[in-house]
Design a protein around this ligand. Sequence first.
Ligand code: GLA
Length: 740
Amino acid sequence: MRYISFHKDTSVFTLHTKTSMYQMQVGRYGTLLHLYYGDDLGDARIIHSIVNLDRGFSGNPYEADRDRKFSLDVLPQEYTAEGNGDYRIQGIEAEHEDGSHVLQLKYDSHEIRKGKYALAGLPAMFAGEDEAETLEIVLKDELSGLCVKLLYGVLWDCDIITRTVEVVNRGKTNITLRRVMSAELDFPKRPMDMVHFYGRHSMERLTERQPLHHGIQSVESKRGISSHHHNPAVIFCDHTATEDYGECFGIAFVYSGNFICQAELDQVDQTRVVMGIHPYQFAWTLKPGESFVAPEAAMSYSGTGLETLSHHFHDGFREHLIRSSYVKRPRPILVNNWEATYFEFNEEKLYGIAKAARDVGLEMFVLDDGWFGKRDSDYTGLGDWYVNEEKIHGGLPKLVKKIRKLGLKFGIWLEPEMVSEDSDLYRKHPDWCLRVPGRLPVRSRSQLNLDVTKKEVRDYIMEQIFKVIDSCQADYIKWDVNRALGNVYSQGVEAGKQGEVFHRHMLGVYDMMERLIGRYPNLLFETCAGGGGRYDAGMLYYSPQIWCSDNTDAADRLEIHYGTSFFYPISTFGAHVSVCPNHQTGRTTSLRTRGIVAGAGTFGYELDLEHMDEGEKKAATSQIAQFKASEELVQQGDYYRLSAPGDRSNSVFWEFVSKDKRDVLVAGVVLRSEVNPPVNLLRFRGLEPNLIYRERESGEEYSGAVLMKAGLALPVTSEDYESVVYRFEAKGEFESEKKR
Ligand code: GLA
């Protein structure tokens, strides 16, 4: 095999990606030790990293006899379990029928295969037979017969190693899993920061970076969605790491429900990181012969700073996770009526917006919430997926026909996982929602969660949704989720299986989405959860774009997009131009700035186009043309964060560079206009130093080296949130090409 090898004499496994290397060893007593993760070191085997010392109060396995220097409490390992003298955070915890919790996991066997493993019913990265390899290592607990298969998928080209585990009960008694992490990663002593993305509804994925402290720190969601509050993607890097310097490790969970990412700095300054389904209310009983597959985690390493780490994830997700054919195709530029009308519209109003959209050059009309059931407000109607004829006289097909006649495509909003108590569906099937009988449920946005662990519920909802899509031949679907899970109890599931409900709910959602994209492979599919409450790699397996945030304010979006960009490709950012003063913040930014910020995303409009004056309409038309001219670069180029919210530059700038380095877009916003301002030199990155780059509008020419080392002086601005754009193209040949 090319990427994975096993060295028999030393029992060392080595995984190679294009620039990184990952190594482990079957050590004494069958312990799977972790040796190394970092820059590619060729044939080297880092066995000297295991140093055994006698450490007080760290126990020794019985087999070690008088060897007090072998203690699992301090050894770096691949996947750990309860009851072996390792008191750190662990990979797996299971309860046996006798009430004990001990698992002694020893190396049993391994297999190296071509191609990348897949996971039935779960999102996972994929690759061609020759692009990836899989390593499966089986660890076994001899007494109970429980086997843990560790799966490693090596995606060479994008420097990603995926991981997950499958737990199989090969014993004779039931075993209840209480905790199954998808990945565990031990680091030797090194000073590290944790970079994670926290937030709240309408202000998601804000960046926080702090040094690891001794003890456990974690980010997590117990909300049944990956959440606005913490994102299941975390970076561990050197204290000194910057965008283009230092060692960084990223781990992203390919899952959209409850998660936990914990990091523990231990007694001897080593760090253990785990990522997996949150153990909160999790219990999964395996009968003999049964198995449980954990969701996937994707890891990457960069030895050259955060931007390279982002490139690995961006390339990896674009090439090996997002299945939609839209991943590299221009997407119809849309207008969405939500912020234009909210719930108050009729077919004339919608048609008016569509007509204005056509006039400015837009390509698709998206009908948001409020078109179905008795949905005049967010108190009613969810679950009744048939048109509200009081608002749309003559039904959907008639309206859609008129809209299509304008030359526009048509998209529609749905919220399939929810039900309003004031709905025909709820009146008929009150037991189809998650709730504990006899207790009053917690409402959120006045709605309840449908119990999609039940197949009959999924079948019913999908049938209704297919009818809607077929009736209007929708080109686009926005699939929303406007509350977290609450009262997580499935009626009809026995008491002993309630610990499965959170995960089974997520599996139900994935099943519904799989059915949708299976039936309509050409549909443009955008997922959403009150904005970015489910912005994760799991969702990207189904939808090529996700609505970033319910906050459409361009100034706030700078911060939201900045945080989102560390793991997720820019082509996935659902971003629209909305009206000012902004409905969420009351802030006013120029139409130009709103266009430039939304242009580093999927781009579209979400305002009443009929109310735009002629000047604004003209500006919109030229914004659309500009976006189209850069869409391919935005979708497929390498992304660089040139300045950051909160740094001393008083600006947020970003850059897209085409893979051949000939096409460059730099854009950004100067935050505050300043009196007597400092000169702000913006240094580009990722260019070819010897190439001459010509700015399209001004005609100015600079070498790549000048743009990267000296930078360009940003213009002095005269109002807050003024935006700046440069588009450079390379002239002539590379020096190296000339000589040939
Ligand atoms: C969520 C979405 C919005 C909009 C509303 C409709 O909040 O994020 O974009 O669709 O629901 O209710």
